[in-house]
Design a protein around this ligand. Structure first.
Ligand code: DX5
Ligand code: ZN
Length: 218
């Protein structure tokens, strides 16, 4: 595994009572991006947080903010996410009726446009719109909760996505059940960007640095 793998801790697993401090601690421990899981209680059963919380975190962080919108009709939230300070906005293929238009709106806002694929959704669905995409997110769990088990059959899908991307400047991100054991499998299949929630925040702040290094394969 190379140093160029981006590690994006998901604050879904952080202590919500001291979120800004948690973000600072993972940044100091070597996090590259901050992954922000926005859930609407509709596309997924769970509710998490939205633009006001992200805007509050933005005040004390200059990291790349990577928003993962697990919401129906995400197009209505793009302006709020941009204004809250998000750098990248990822929407779910399954949540967008007019995905091409939604990606255009994200790009027009000057954000990196990402598309997440649930485990049942094939990568071929993206083949006609690759020019609008800056990031493909392969879900290795069904979205909605942290702490789930990595679905190992998704390794083949990561390979397919890497092949589809070819030499295009598209990040290949993996999210769900990433640990020091599963991270090398995802990277070997072609991922260059790993989201990890419970594997990082579950170990305690004094071990964030060691854990990020371990997930990076160092
Ligand atoms: C799942 C979220 C993930 C989640 C990952 O719906 O998109 O980002 O926080 O959590 P872990 O790493 O615990 O599987
Ligand atoms: Zn996520």
């Amino acid at each position: 595994m190379t140093n160029s793998t981006i590690i994006a801790p998901s604050i879904l697993a952080a202590n919500f009572g001291k979120l800004a401090a948690e973000v600072k601690q993972v940044e100091d421990a070597g996090a590259d991006w901050i992954h922000l899981d926005v859930m609407d209680g509709n596309f997924v059963p769970n509710l998490s947080f939205g633009a006001p919380v992200i805007a509050a975190l933005r005040k004390s962080s200059s990291s790349y903010f990577d928003a993962h919108l697990m919401v129906n009709k995400p197009e209505s939230l793009i302006g709020d996410m941009k204004n809250a300070g998000c750098d990248g906005i990822t929407v779910h293929f399954e949540a967008c009726t007019h995905l091409d238009r939604t990606l255009s709106i994200i790009n027009e806002h000057g954000c990196c446009a990402g598309v997440a694929l649930n485990p049942h959704t094939g990568v071929e669905n993206l083949s006609q719109i690759l020019d609008k995409i800056g990031l493909i997110l392969i879900m290795t769990v069904n979205p909605g909760y942290g702490g789930q088990k990595f679905i190992s059959t998704m390794i083949n899908k990561i390979r397919q996505a890497r092949q589809l991307i070819g030499d295009r400047p598209i990040q290949l991100q993996v999210d769900g059940g990433i640990t020091e054991q599963t991270a090398p499998l995802a990277v070997a299949a072609g991922a260059n960007n790993l989201v990890a929630g419970s594997a990082i925040f579950g170990v305690g702040a004094d071990k964030y640095k060691l854990q990020i290094k371990a997930i990076r394969g160092q």
